[in-house]
Write a protein that binds this ligand. Structure first.
Ligand code: AKB
Length: 325
């Protein structure tokens, strides 16, 4: 396994939607004590706290990250801390600061400490209204209209720059909307898809903040975690791209998702009341061409809409019965 060189891993944003599940999977794979979970302000779950080291940092303050890197002799970073699209429109300066200045600090530290590898997530938000919407190509127009999107374009370019200029092994994926049952997302446009599941279990009704015919690319968390770790473990000699891999698994409209949930909860009702997030969703692709990821590191999703819905509802139902949600 090409993993011997990643021994001490730091995860930023480990309290967040993807970071929390990624940390647990990395701990399973690389050993609990070798994966240092970090967060900013949010209290970590006991699952995260009890299974390995946890520290508070602020990626916009370089010294706070550097202290932890030295303390644990870190050689690999997954930089999952970010401000997502909806909050990014409400707080554009915060979004710039975390997603650009924070990322710059991470890359600089990785360069200074000669780290083995860095993961920097990107997003379908790098695309904009002028990008082809169906089967969006790997290499295409990148002119987003959101602050989040433009920080992600700059982030991809910055990562590729560090690879070329400083020989730092930086890798990244353009995540679609991620659907998960552990930690809810916060501040994104694709959050409606997750909320719909939670509310279907809790109240059997949901008011969706995008129109029913809004189609976006989505992915179930187990596939997201698999993609992230697989890319980090991929043989570098096979990679032609580095920080900007398109990946796809499923695309559906808000109404198609509601209909799929209704197959399991027949009295579930969904209403549609679009807000400012509709414009963001409308600027993004409907489906993604991920042939580069398939070819360069063997990406292949496992879940589709039907298998994801069954699994999500099963997991959330259990958590509901235990009074967790
Ligand atoms: C968001 O909606 O902002 C994120 C994303 C697609 O990057 N989930």
């Amino acid at each position: 396994m090409p993993t011997d060189d990643m021994k001490r891993i730091l995860v930023t944003g480990a309290v967040g939607q993807i970071g929390s599940e990624l940390t647990m999977e990395l701990r399973k794979k690389y050993g609990n004590d070798n994966v240092i979970a970090t967060g900013h302000k949010t209290k970590p779950s006991s699952r995260l706290l009890d299974s390995g080291p946890f520290e508070f940092i602020d990626i916009t303050k370089k010294e706070t990250v550097e202290r932890i890197v030295k303390k644990y002799d870190v050689d690999t970073i997954y930089n999952m801390a970010a401000i997502l699209s909806a909050v990014g429109e409400e707080k554009p300066m915060l979004c710039w600061n975390v997603n650009i200045n924070g990322l710059y600090n991470i890359l600089e530290i990785a360069r200074e400490y000669e780290m083995t590898r860095v993961f920097i997530p990107s997003s379908i938000a790098v695309f904009g209204p002028n990008t082809p919407k169906e089967n969006t190509p790997q290499d295409t127009v990148l002119k987003p209209t959101t602050m989040y999107g433009l920080t992600k374009v700059a982030g991809e370019l910055l990562g590729d720059y560090y690879f070329r200029r400083f020989n730092l092994d930086v890798r990244g994926i353009r995540y679609p909307g991620i659907i998960s049952s552990e930690t809810p997302p916060g501040g994104g446009t694709t959050d409606y898809a997750v909320e719909m599941f939670y509310e279907a279990i809790r109240k059997k009704k949901y008011v969706c903040f995008v129109k029913k015919d809004t189609v976006l690319p989505m992915m179930y968390m187990p596939d997201c975690i698999k993609a992230t770790i697989d890319l980090m473990e991929a043989d570098i000699s096979k990679l032609q791209h580095h920080c900007d891999f398109n990946i796809a698994s499923m695309s559906f409209s808000a109404e198609e998702l509601a209909d799929e949930i209704k197959k399991h909860i027949p009295d579930f009702r969904c209403e549609y009341k679009p807000d400012f997030r509709q414009a963001i969703a409308d600027s993004w692709p409907r489906s993604i061409d991920d042939s580069a990821a398939r070819k360069e590191w063997g990406w292949e999703p496992r879940y589709d809409l039907s298998s994801m819905t069954k699994d999500m509802l099963g997991k959330l139902r259990k958590r509901h019965e235990m009074g967790e949600i």
